[in-house]
Design a protein around this ligand. Structure first.
Ligand code: IMP
Ligand code: MG
Length: 185
């Protein structure tokens, strides 16, 4: 079924089926690695929600959820690496095995700042799982511990990722048609 959003897509990078298959695989790996431990998943709002909802159901150890909302200072296109916390966690991290869930690791500036901030709260461990990884654009010295897909240096939307807050509800990951970026309504 074609939606109004589908019409704006130039090409599909990762299909819904590919996402689903890969999440099962990564979820199984996380289950194996955390055997005997409880996980505290921290979703970074809003891009991570779709991915978090799916991967948590593939994880077979006790898992609690919490959320953080952050925005980076600087322009919309260029992340400065300094992060403003709009919503902090509800629970302390002392002694917890923390798994940060993010939609994409791009420059890495946001997550490297956030990881240091959370490290200061003395968790037992801290790891990162991302849906996407764009290594070509990396500035900060940071890698995801678990990553589903590496993508080329293109702006991706769908499955949680937005352009101007839209397209998060596409069930796949794609690239927008160039005219969509210039179209103002
Ligand atoms: P970083 O600090 O450059 O790693 O920025 C990470 C954030 O930028 C992600 O959480 C996304 O919200 C956003 N972002 C980076 N690349 C993309 C993309 O290709 N599509 C949509 N959002 C992106
Ligand atoms: Mg985001």
């Amino acid at each position: 079924m074609q939606s109004v959003m589908d019409r704006d897509i130039d090409k599909i990078l990762i299909t819904a089926q590919e996402i689903s298959d890969k999440i099962k695989e990564v979820g199984a790996q996380i289950t194996e690695d955390y055997k005997g431990k409880d996980i505290l998943m921290i979703g970074i709002l809003k891009g991570s929600v779709t991915f978090m909802a799916d991967i948590m159901r593939e994880i077979g150890v006790h898992t609690e959820l919490d959320f953080m909302s952050v925005s980076s200072y600087g322009s919309a296109v260029k992340s400065s690496g300094v992060v403003k916390i709009n919503k902090d966690l509800d629970v302390p991290l002392q002694g917890r095995d923390v798994l940060i869930v993010e939609d994409i690791l791009d420059s890495g500036l946001t997550l490297s700042y956030l990881r240091e901030l959370l490290r200061d709260r003395n968790p037992a461990s801290i790891k990162i799982v991302t849906l996407l990884n764009k290594p070509a654009r990396r500035v900060a010295d940071i890698q995801p511990d678990y990553c589903c897909f590496e993508i080329p240096d293109e702006f991706a939307v769908g499955y949680g990722l937005d352009y101007n807050e839209r397209y998060r509800n596409l069930p796949y990951v794609g690239v927008l048609k160039p005219e969509v970026y210039t179209h103002i309504d």
